[in-house]
Design a protein around this ligand. Sequence first.
Ligand code: ADP
Ligand code: MG
Length: 264
Amino acid sequence: MKPVVSLEDVTARYGPGTPALESVSLDVAAGEIVALLGPNGAGKSTLLRVMAGALAPESGTVRLGGEDAVAMDRRRVAQKIAFVTQTSDVAFGFSVRDVVMMGRAPHQGGWMAATGEDERAAGEAMRLLELGDLAERRVDALSGGEQKRVAIARALAQTPSLLLLDEPGAFLDVRHQLALYDLLVDLAARGIAVALSMHDINAAAQYASRVALLKTGKLVAVGSIENVLTYRTLRETFDADLYCGVNDVTGARFFLPMRQTQRT
Ligand code: ADP
Ligand code: MG
């Protein structure tokens, strides 16, 4: 598969000192879900920001559909990439329907008059995130998890070819987490490239096509669940012991954090 986004030898930093991201090369292809895992401060959010074009790398290249993303027109980037940030601020004072419709802005003309296509894309996004009953509610009157689903729906209304999500499961209850991950699998099957950061290693093992492990700005490992999510690489990445088990019916891997017995 041709990569939708391609990072080559990317270094990025916020100021002097250690770079937040160092010499990272990573592709995300159409139809795949790449999970970014790593401890706090590893560079997951920074990597997503660079992919989204929200942070210019200090060195290295970012290609979007083969083009240099840094030089690309912002509006064209927004037509291709949707980024659900960790805080994913939704505009307060607006209804759920209005906020989801804002995802259509990169496709609309100067007056932002909604076309039938805009209505269809926003309606479909609300349906996929089960927001139908909340459509006329003001976003400020919703729970954190509901607001997160609105932000994801706004991203889907953008009809991106690359969907980036920063810890999207964090505020969601278990059913909505599973529904979201299933939805990402459906979107990938339709040819969208998905990259997300997460702390749930079990969800990554079940839903991701590939995983990338980050630590102190460097890519520790990238590849299949079988090759990357091993006791040894997880131990090196997180400085924690995880029991790695295999479901003997499905063959799926699962992980349990272990009590650290060597501490004094
Ligand atoms: P992660 O998402 O894996 O927790 P981040 O990408 O947010 O990690 O952070 C990587 C490094 O960059 C950390 O050392 C963090 O302190 C630093 N960093 C992140 N955002 C900023 C910022 N806006 N300004 C300065 N430093 C930042
Ligand atoms: Mg982060």
